[in-house]
Design a protein around this ligand. Structure first.
Ligand code: SF4
Ligand code: SF4
Length: 82
């Protein structure tokens, strides 16, 4: 039930975590605070699993160089149907 409520809440916010790779220096601080382990450092390249990210904002607040942000997701349907 809690998972269902959380999912509905996420859909309301419709946000997506974006990584600015020009700013990220691969310190791993965000990885350490992510509750569902959605962040990974592959070599020095930070990646996020959008399927498990709960948009909790912890990593965004933790990053010392503001390389992470939660931004509104693009609409699923565009005029050209893509
Ligand atoms: S927003 Fe939360 S769940 Fe998503 S990657 Fe950041 S810490 Fe993890
Ligand atoms: S906390 Fe910021 S600088 Fe450190 S790995 Fe995460 S995004 Fe990169």
């Amino acid at each position: 039930m809690l998972k269902l409520l959380n999912r509905q809440n996420h859909r309301q916010h419709d946000k997506r975590l974006v990584i600015d790779h020009d700013l990220c220096f691969s310190c791993g601080a965000c990885v350490a605070v992510c509750p569902p382990d959605s962040l990974f450092l592959l070599d020095i390249h930070l990646t996020v699993d959008h399927n498990t990210c709960t948009r909790c904002d912890r990593c965004v607040a933790m990053c010392p160089v503001h390389a992470l942000s939660l931004v509104p997701e693009e609409p699923l349907h565009h005029e050209n149907g893509v």
